[in-house]
Design a protein around this ligand. Structure first.
Ligand code: NAI
Length: 286
């Protein structure tokens, strides 16, 4: 039987989540996605109207099939955690069962189990502010959306993951080196995500035989990255300074993710794997 993947954090065809979905589909996996509730309508409409057909093309010429799109807001674990203003918000009112617990329950009801869990989402409302100017709420919101969201997803999905399965998330080198401009507590959130990757690798490995890794990806001009404002500079910097001088494509991250959730990497867990043209290995810019 082919593997089944749930990919959280796909809302257009530009980001790493989409590219990972494609690489997994090309390798024969069935694709389920979790899309942020406020972005759901436009994503589903664009999908239906064929706006993504060109980028749905797989290497064998067929189009990637997304079996089901689930609305998801990964900052809420259970219905009782959702505040009134969000419940009443008209971008949320049209969808239901989008807390992490409910999405895991729906996937269980619809499909019984999954093999692969992908976390490709992040959000930091104050990302453009230096850490020194970040509010407590902004910092905690970054950690909630970008770090705890992975803990919560794994916690709720791991009971329906088949033994031998794997999960992967996306991190950024700002966790361990100074990257001015990646503010609002996002650098802190990525540090937490990387540390949690190790602890969760132990816990999910021992209890469920599930592997947990994270990819430290180089810069990509995704929707989220454009919102930060410095992505063009980072892409230029990487091109100028990395050992491999080319622009990083989302597909390269997708392919590495496909390897890291496949049996080819059956002994790799708790790892941060750099997919960044080698930029992380440089000590100075040249
Ligand atoms: P993206 O915009 O394609 O993906 C981010 C997704 O997160 C969006 O689909 C957004 O709707 C979703 N999202 C935000 N808050 C959410 C929530 N509360 N619940 C559910 N979904 C939510 O952008 P990108 O850049 O591909 O981001 C994917 C991952 O890659 C993120 O973890 C990001 O930090 C990481 N990354 C990105 C790099 C870049 O240069 N673009 C570099 C290194 C890591």
């Amino acid at each position: 039987r082919g593997k089944r993947a749930f990919i959280a954090g796909v809302a257009d065809d530009n980001g790493y989540g989409w590219a990972i979905a494609k690489s997994l589909a090309a390798a024969g996996a069935e694709i389920l996605v979790g899309t942020w509730v406020p972005a759901l309508n436009i994503f589903e409409t664009s999908l239906r109207r064929g706006k993504f057909d060109e980028s749905r093309k797989l290497p064998n010429g067929s189009l990637m099939q997304i079996t089901k799109v689930y609305p998801l807001d990964a900052v809420y674990d259970r219905p009782e955690d959702v505040p009134e203003d969000i419940k009443k918000n008209k971008r949320y009112a049209g969808s239901s069962k989008w807390t992490v617990q409910e999405v895991a329950e729906s996937v269980k009801q619809d499909f019984g189990s999954i093999d692969i869990l992908v976390h490709s989402l992040a959000n930091g409302p104050e990302v453009s502010k230096p850490l020194l100017e970040t509010s407590r709420n902004g910092y905690l919101a970054a950690i909630s959306a970008s770090s705890y969201s992975f803990v919560s997803l794994l916690k709720h999905f791991v009971p329906i993951m088949n033994p031998g399965g794997a999960s992967i998330s996306l991190t950024y080198i700002a966790s361990e080196r100074i990257i001015p401009g990646y503010g609002g507590g996002m650098s802190s959130a990525k540090a937490a995500l990387e540390s949690d990757t190790q602890v969760l690798a132990f816990e999910a490995g021992r209890k469920y035989k599930i592997r947990v890794n994270t990819i430290s990806a180089g810069p990509l001009g995704s929707r989220a990255a454009k919102a930060i404002g410095f992505i063009d500079k980072m892409i230029e910097y990487s091109f100028a300074n990395a050992p491999i001088q080319k622009e990083l494509s989302a597909d390269e991250v997708g392919n590495a993710a496909a390897f890291l959730v496949s049996p080819l990497s059956s002994a790799i867990t708790g790892a941060v794997v750099y997919v960044d043209n080698g930029l992380n290995a440089m000590g100075v810019g040249i």
